[in-house]
Design a binder for this molecule. Structure first.
Ligand code: HEC
Length: 464
């Protein structure tokens, strides 16, 4: 309802401005596809809206786009497309695909004018996309060896496949991209790096799909969801590929395995999935290593009916680190998520505030990597809507606690940092002057919904 009212206002305002411009004789001609619309599509839409990508229809040629003119104008005005949920008041992000008010007005005016094609000579050169990949042509494509069958109905247990890399030497991964075999079924996925000395899932089959419940060893069953392994990449619909700045990369030790952890959802149609990832290696060893950390609060208890319930966690960085990106994760009751720096004088600097959207879990890559000194206090705050007004809420009568099903909740602020190349997560948690890592082992059964469960969490002070 609110949407409809908004839409009418926007259209009315536009009609007034059109009338005004016609009177003064400026820009009376409506925008055309080739001159005005296509450049917007190339820069903001085609990463998803082209053949073989996640969006249902390509928006590349005039013929493909024309039938969607009205829907595009509507989606742009409502800020539903392109998917981007950061509050524009805070931070600048390299992967910000959102449209300016002028671009939105162009799409709306174009649609109202009957979606004219214009002159093909006005079109920008077609955007060059690497075949099937949004990163540079991969040096290595790793495909899950066996396709996984997804049923038409019901819940699917997290499914794993372990793939040996056979790397004879250490490798640094500069870019990586996840290509779901069946985009409609991959709810999200994590690819872990299992170094050769790791005992994690050692008795599990290699090169074949399995689920935790099929493992014989009870310890291994439990540990399927927990690991000290670093993660190579995470995928969720709308997430962009990882492209680390020059001189920064993820580290894959020689002889590692990659462990695919897949969360599939069903949609009425059975299918198969055989996912691939593409890797681009750093040409020279980087100066810094990228590791993924998290701010978690496992102790959340969300009362029934609460419509704006706040959960906070904060702590200080054990060592210097360069902050690269942020990836909030909650479930169906998520409403907003914020990352802050709390300065010594008590002032708060907001790094990111997200109007949370369960269907789109995005990572937000800082436009300028941010050097943070050891001792910097980071804070994450999450807000939940457990009221009946939340259309995603499966049960507003329920007290909600931490759990891996989407009807439970999570409070995880993932973030990627660059540290010295010789450092790993464990060394990072050794505070200067101390010998032992200041690390809490994630000994619980907590799984970030399969998303980046990591034994090394920056889970320091619970304020709730
Ligand atoms: C990150 C990927 C992504 C980007 C970028 C993106 N889209 Fe989409 N779009 C999707 C997906 C996936 C769907 C289908 C699911 C949905 O509707 O949420 C969709 C659906 C749509 C729809 C159909 C909505 C309806 O009525 O059902 C329109 C129209 C649309 N997109 C327009 C655009 C335009 C215009 C842009 C650029 C300004 C854009 N999209 C950018 C992924 C994307």
């Amino acid at each position: 309802m609110a949407h409809r009212v908004l839409g009418i206002f926007a259209v009315a305002a536009l009609a007034v401005s059109l009338a005004a411009s016609q009177k003064t004789g400026t820009s009376a001609a409506p925008p055309t596809f080739y001159k005005h619309v296509l450049p917007i599509l190339q820069d903001h839409c085609q990463s998803c809206h082209r053949t073989g990508e996640v969006a249902p229809m390509p928006l590349v040629t005039y013929e493909q786009t024309r039938p969607w003119a009205g829907a595009m104008a509507h989606a742009a005005e409502m800020k539903m497309m392109p998917p981007w949920f950061a509050d524009p008041r805070y931070g600048h992000f390299a992967n910000d695909v959102s449209l300016t008010p002028q671009q939105i007005a162009t799409l709306v005016t174009w649609s109202k004018a009957g979606a004219p094609a214009g002159d093909p000579h006005d079109s920008p050169p077609p955007k060059k996309w690497a075949e099937g990949w949004n990163i540079a042509q991969p040096d290595l494509v790793v495909k899950m060896p066996k396709a996984i069958r997804i049923p038409a109905q019901g819940e699917v247990e997290y499914t794993y496949e372990i793939v040996p890399t056979h790397f004879a030497e250490d490798r640094w991964v500069q870019m990586s991209e996840f290509r779901p075999g069946s985009p409609a079924h991959v709810h999200h996925a994590v690819v872990y790096i299992r170094p050769p000395d790791s005992q994690w899932l050692r008795h599990a089959p290699v090169g074949e799909p399995f689920t935790a419940s099929t493992l014989n060893d009870p310890l291994e069953r439990r540990e399927a969801h927990e690991t000290t392994s670093d993660l190579l990449l995470v995928y969720a619909p709308g997430s962009s590929p990882d492209q680390w700045p020059d001189d920064m990369a993820k580290f894959v030790p020689a002889g590692s395995d990659l462990v695919f952890q897949m969360h599939y959802t069903t949609n009425g149609a059975a299918d198969q999935d055989q996912t691939s990832i593409g890797l681009v290696f750093a040409k020279t060893p980087p100066k810094q290593r990228v590791i993924t950390l998290q701010l978690n609060n496992h102790a959340l208890i969300i009362p029934p009916g609460a419509d704006d319930f706040r959960v906070e966690v904060q702590g200080t960085l054990p060592n210097d680190a360069t902050l690269l990106s942020l990836f909030p994760h909650m479930h169906l009751r998520g409403k907003r998520f914020e990352y802050d720096i709390v300065h010594d004088d008590g002032s708060v600097e907001v790094l990111l505030r997200v109007n949370y959207h369960f269907h789109w879990q995005l990572s937000y890559r800082l436009a300028e990597p941010r050097v943070l000194k050891a001792g910097t206090r980071l804070r994450a705050i999450a807000w939940y809507d457990n009221s009946k007004n939340n259309p995603h809420n499966p049960d507003p009568e329920k007290t909600v606690t931490w759990g891996d099903q989407t009807s439970d909740e999570m409070m995880v602020g993932f973030f990627d940092v660059a540290v010295a190349a010789g450092m790993d997560k464990w060394k990072f948690f050794v505070r200067p002057g101390e010998e032992k890592a200041d690390v809490q082992k994630n000994s619980s059964t907590h799984v970030a919904c399969g998303l980046r469960p990591s034994s090394v969490t920056l889970e320091w002070v619970h304020a709730n």
